[in-house]
Design a protein around this ligand. Structure first.
Ligand SMILES: [Zn+2]
Length: 105
């Protein structure tokens, strides 16, 4: 059977993508390695279907080692004046995110 990249399959993949991240967060405390594997599966799924990782999960994994990041466990979050810095404690690399400042003039 050939895999078709139909819109239906794509929607299914989107749902699966969300599930994978939710499951990863649930199993992290029991089994870190399994959570990391979930991220790997989710990434491959996203690539196959050309999907974007939903923004609520974008920061849920390290973009360097693709480990699942659990706040208070393997990630350190620091606020600087330029934004937020996430430090992955598994590979010790940083990810920077800028905060959108809505200025009231
Ligand atoms: Zn990392």
């Amino acid at each position: 059977m050939r895999r078709k990249n139909t819109p239906g399959a794509r929607n299914l993949a989107k749902e699966r993508l969300k599930e994978l991240f939710i499951q990863a967060s649930e199993i992290y405390t029991e089994n870190e390695q399994a959570a990391h594997k979930h991220v790997g599966v989710a990434r491959r799924l996203a690539m196959r279907f050309n999907l974007r990782i939903p923004k609520e999960f974008k920061r849920a994994f390290c973009k360097h080692c693709y480990h699942y990041l659990k706040q208070g466990k393997n990630v350190r979050v620091r606020r600087t004046e330029k934004g937020i810095v996430y430090t992955c404690l598994d590979c010790n690399k940083h990810m920077r995110y800028t905060i959108k400042i809505t200025s009231k003039d």
